[in-house]
Each structure stands twice: as C-alpha cells, then as structure tokens.
Design a protein around this ligand. Structure first.
Ligand SMILES: Cc1cc2nc3c(=O)[nH]c(=O)nc-3n(C[C@H](O)[C@H](O)[C@H](O)COP(=O)(O)OP(=O)(O)OC[C@H]3O[C@@H](n4cnc5c(N)ncnc54)[C@H](O)[C@@H]3O)c2cc1C
Ligand code: SF4
Length: 456
C-alpha cells in the first residue's frame, strides 16, 4: 500500500520538478546589476573567462539597452555562450575574479550573460552570417560544445563544414547531459540553430566508425576536427552490476532530459556511487523523481571529492545524504533480479597516489549493507578508444594527445578538442573550455589552409 507521503509525491507533476531552478533577471534587475559594473581597465574577468568574452563591454551594452549588441559580444567569443551563462562555475571563473569581491559582492556576470542571450533567443535573432566560400571542406566529428564552436568559427571563415553526430539531436552534453533544471534543451537547440544558419550541415544519427568510416572522412575532407567527448560510465566490475535497478548516471540524466521521467522512483531509496558533478546530478534528479531517500557514497572524503562546492551545497539543500569513506563491494538483488541493497566496505585513506590524493583502502571485515531500490553509477566516463584507433592517432588510455599550442594530433590532417583531449591533471572538463578549444582548433585549421588568421 502506498503511504500518504508517496501518494502526495505521486501527485507532483514530475515535469514541473525539472523546470529551471534559477530565475532570470527582470529588465530592472539586469539594468541595476549592469550599472554596478566598474568597467575596469584591463578587466580581470576577461582573463578569467576561458573564452575571453569582453565582459565589461557586454555589460555596458545591457546598461544602455543594446541587448542585441550585448548578445553579439558574448556569442562572438563563445558560440555556446547562452548555455555557459547557466552552467559555468562562475564563482571559480569570471565572477571569482571581479574586483568587487574585495568590497561588496561580485557582479553577477553569468546572470547578466543569461539576460542578454535569453533576449536574443526570445526575439529569435540570428547573430552571425557565413563567410564567403573558400571551397575547402572540413569534417567535424561530434556536435557538442567543442564541435559546434569549431564549426561556427570555420563557417565564418567560409569553410564548407559538415558535422557528423551519433545522437538524434545535436548539442552533446548540453542537450543530453546537463540536468534540465539548470540547462533546458531549448537553449542548446538555439545554439545549434545559430550554427546551422551559417550553412553548416549537421548529419545526426551518424556515428563515425560505424555509419561512415574514418578512412572515408580522411579521403573526402581537407581537415578533420575530432570532438567526440567521452563515453558513458565505466563498469564497476562488481557483482550485481547487471541487476534491474542499476543505472548509468549519464544515461539516467539523459532519460530525464528526453522526457522519459520514470514514476518508479517515487518513494524509493536510491544510492549513487561517486562524488563528482555527475553523481550530484544523478542524486538531485532522483530527488526530483520523488525518491524518498538519496545517498551518495564515496570511497574518499569530502576534501577529495571532485564536485564543485555549489553543486555539493545544492545537493545538500535537496536533502541528499553523503556517506564518506564508503566503497561498494557488491549490489544485492532479490529472486527476481531486482536491486534490494548494496554491500559496502568502510574505507580509510592510505599514502598519496600519483595525483597527490590519498589512496582509499578497504578496512578488513568492515562490510555493511545499505538498503536500496536503485543504484546509480557515477564513477567517471569511458573513452572512445576504438574510434581514436581507427584514425590511428596517438592517445594515452583514450585521451587523444595534442600539441597544446595548436591542438594538432599525431596526424597532420586531424585536430582534436573538448573532452576527448581532457585527461587527469589537465584542467577541468567544462563546456566553456570545450568551446574555447573548438575555436582554437578552427583557427589552427584556418592558419594551415590560408594566410589569414582571425575571424571575419
Ligand atoms: C552529467 C554531466 C554534467 C555536467 N555538468 C557541467 C556543468 O554544469 N558545467 C560545465 O561547464 N560542464 C559540465 N559538464 C562537462 C561538459 O558537459 C563537457 O565538458 C562538455 O560537454 C564537453 O564538450 P565536448 O563537445 O567535448 O563533448 P560532448 O558534449 O560530450 O559532445 C560530444 C559529441 O560527440 C558525439 N559523438 C560521440 N561519438 C561519436 C561518433 N563516433 N560519431 C559521431 N559523433 C559522436 C556525441 O554524441 C556528442 O554529441 C558535465 C558533464 C556531465 C557528464
Ligand atoms: S562564458 Fe562562463 S566564464 Fe566566461 S564570462 Fe560567461 S559565465 Fe563567465
């Protein structure tokens, strides 16, 4: 029999739970905030933004009511600037460097960026046009932030650009991976449309290496941009992983973004394994699906977790519980193959590993069971090794090796950017860095194929 609480939750419109959490500025709020900006000479926020947006200029345009000009300033530096306005860890980037941190409070750059780009979206503005055709052809593999950004810049230079995208829709993790209550799909789709309006062809449902060969692309195109990101969550290699009720966090979030909101979580107990941003997303989505109790288990401590502070706080506000120094031993199921719990070890921290973090060690005979109806795995992402090897380019465990000066891979015809080149100790996998690398990869191709080196 469903409890009273379960009945109440089941009445909740799940779709409503996935509406954006953060509200945008009103005209008055945006104008007031824009007028607080000091328009610093040599503004530190510009340097702190990986895409180098001219922040004081876009803010000044908001203050003077020139919203089209403001959106153009943002999007000219960052082809996915509308998404970034919502998903950038601004406290660590632009806002973190605002001089007003030392006196009052930083300018809310992300929210102002959202205000200007939302205006362009609501008013259906096309911000840029294609450059005159130069007759050269570039294939881009992957239509995520890195691929779209490279495509946008190459099209503005006049290249004939085709993006090959395995998924049904373009946008990469902006479309399928970042939770709807922070980034609705319509924002990502608008950015994709902006790129399409530059005559970029996007062939969705086309996986390179499967539907079209690496060799064919190498033969037919002058240059290739590899921007395939990373894959799904790797296997835990523990017993019970195939039970009914075990989910891959990335597939799980994707299901919530594509409207497949499961009623099965209402009143259920969920355990999420891992403590990165993806784990937080899995946990907060579970809460929004009506789960009664959500626990994140992590084999290290809060100090070593990779989730941003604001994500951690957000999860705690959602009522997510954290169990530190806890590692899964096996997932337990009933006679019908359905998850009923997870057996864990208590852990302690040992000597530091190569990355400086202390190694988690299982404490002998410390096993205990946490009851669960669902287990969500969020322990990182796999790599597209098979595809990378079809192109025959150098990689280290699936991280494509590039020259950091020019994004060149070991094949002179191929540049790579975004999560596909992201490896441990090499910054953070973020939308804004993928966008910047896409731009740089495009400039390198243009440098190689022409004598001009800046956008039209
Ligand atoms: C759950 C989650 C939450 C995140 N939250 C944030 C956040 O809040 N803020 C932030 O800044 N970053 C966040 N990130 C990181 C950010 O999404 C990535 O760093 C960024 O999307 C990388 O862009 P990309 O273009 O390199 O890869 P992706 O966005 O992964 O795009 C790669 C594209 O390539 C396609 N592809 C793959 N293989 C093939 C093939 N063989 N042929 C054709 N196409 C192929 C894929 O379908 C995909 O569309 C998050 C990541 C995850 C997983
Ligand atoms: S793209 Fe991100 S880091 Fe750059 S100004 Fe906008 S919100 Fe800040």
């Amino acid at each position: 029999m469903p409890t009273e609480k379960m009945q109440r939750i089941s009445l909740i419109n799940l779709e409503q739970n996935f509406q954006e959490v953060e509200q945008g500025y009103s005209n008055q709020e945006a104008t007031e905030e824009a007028n607080r900006c000091l328009y610093c000479y040599d503004a530190p926020c510009i340097k702190a933004c990986p895409t180098g947006i001219d922040i004081p200029t876009f803010i000044k345009k908001i203050a003077s009511g020139n919203l089209l000009g403001s959106a153009k300033t943002i999007m000219s530096s960052n082809p996915v600037g509308a998404s970034c306005a919502r998903v950038c860890p601004t406290e660590e980037l632009c806002e973190g460097s605002c001089v007003l941190n030392y006196s009052t409070s930083p300018i809310m750059i992300g929210k102002l960026q959202r205000f200007a780009t939302d205006w362009a979206i609501q008013n259906d503005r096309t911000l840029f046009g294609p450059g005159p055709s130069n007759g050269k052809k570039v294939a881009i593999i992957g239509a995520g932030p890195a691929g779209l950004s490279a495509a946008r810049e190459l099209a503005r230079f006049g290249y004939d650009v085709t993006i090959f995208e395995a998924a049904e829709k373009a946008g990469g993790l902006n479309t399928y991976g970042i939770v709807s209550f922070r980034l609705p799909q319509r924002i990502s789709y608008w950015e994709v449309e902006q790129v399409k309006k530059l005559n970029v062809k996007i062939r969705t449902n086309t996986a390179v290496g499967k539907d079209i060969s690496a060799q064919e692309l190498l033969e037919k195109f002058d240059r290739i941009v590899l921007a395939v990101g990373m894959g799904n969550v790797p296997s835990l290699e523990i017993e019970g992983e195939n039970l009914n009720g075990v989910y891959d966090a990335i597939e799980f979030v994707k299901a919530t973004k594509t409207g497949k909101l499961s009623q099965h979580f209402i009143g259920k107990k969920v355990v999420v394994i891992g403590a990165g941003n993806t784990a937080i997303d899995g946990a907060t989505c579970s809460v929004r699906l009506g789960a009664e109790n959500v626990k994140i288990i992590y084999r290290r401590t809060a100090e070593e977790m990779t989730a941003y502070d604001f994500e951690y706080e957000f999860a705690k506000m959602d009522g997510v519980e954290f169990r530190w120094l806890t590692a899964p031993k096996r997932i337990l199921g009933d006679e019908n193959g359905k998850v009923i719990g997870i057996e864990c070890y208590k852990m302690k921290l040992g000597d530091p590993e190569a990355d400086g973090r202390r190694r988690p060690v299982a404490i002998q005979n410390s096993e205990f069971v946490i009851q669960a109806d669902a287990v969500i795995k969020a322990i990182g992402q796999t790599r597209h090794i098979n595809l990378i090897e079809q192109f025959g380019i150098a990689h280290e465990n699936g991280v494509v090796q590039v020259n950091p000066q020019n994004w060149q891979t070991s094949n002179p015809k191929i540049v790579a950017c975004g999560d596909v080149i992201f490896g441990k100790g090499k910054g953070e996998a973020m939308v804004v860095t993928a966008a910047q690398q896409g731009k740089m990869a495009a400039y390198e191709i243009h440098k190689q194929l022409s004598s001009v080196s800046s956008p039209v």
